[in-house]
Design a protein around this ligand. Structure first.
Ligand SMILES: [Zn+2]
Length: 133
């Protein structure tokens, strides 16, 4: 415990701040899910208390009964849903060509390379013939 019922729990080199009064943890799982995370559970077990006593009461049978006390509302078929004066969901915009990287970007040539490879081959052969003569 650090202070004011706030505990520091370390797991694989990372420290988590567990607030037992606010029922929150630095990993944010406890406040999101309503069930104590492993860091909070280690504090609760260290106090020799039950982990389930710190779970949110939304998980209790009492709350479940309250939720469905009036039963479940009926859902009408899709054609009977109210129409909003908005555009329907449109297909993605049409685009020319194939997706992915364009193929017409050739490798950048070095300083001593000519702009076209076939031209280079021809010139070397001519040069060779000239040297032999
Ligand atoms: Zn945690």
């Amino acid at each position: 415990m650090a202070r004011n019922n706030i505990h520091e729990v370390w797991e694989s080199g990372v420290g988590y701040s567990v607030d037992m009064d606010a029922r929150t943890c630095g990993c944010r799982k406890w406040q999101m899910v309503g069930i104590p995370c492993s860091h909070a559970a280690s504090v609760i077990i260290g106090k020799k208390e039950k982990v389930e006593d710190y779970a949110s009461d939304y998980y209790t049978k009492k709350r479940w009964r309250e939720t469905y006390l009036d039963g479940i509302r009926t859902v009408q078929g899709m054609p009977l849903w109210p129409r909003l004066n908005k555009l329907p969901v449109l297909p993605p915009p049409w685009r020319r060509g194939n997706p992915g990287r364009p193929s017409n970007h050739a490798r950048r040539k070095g300083r001593n390379e000519s702009s076209s490879s076939s031209n280079t081959k021809k010139m070397t052969r001519e040069k060779k013939d000239h040297d032999m003569l």
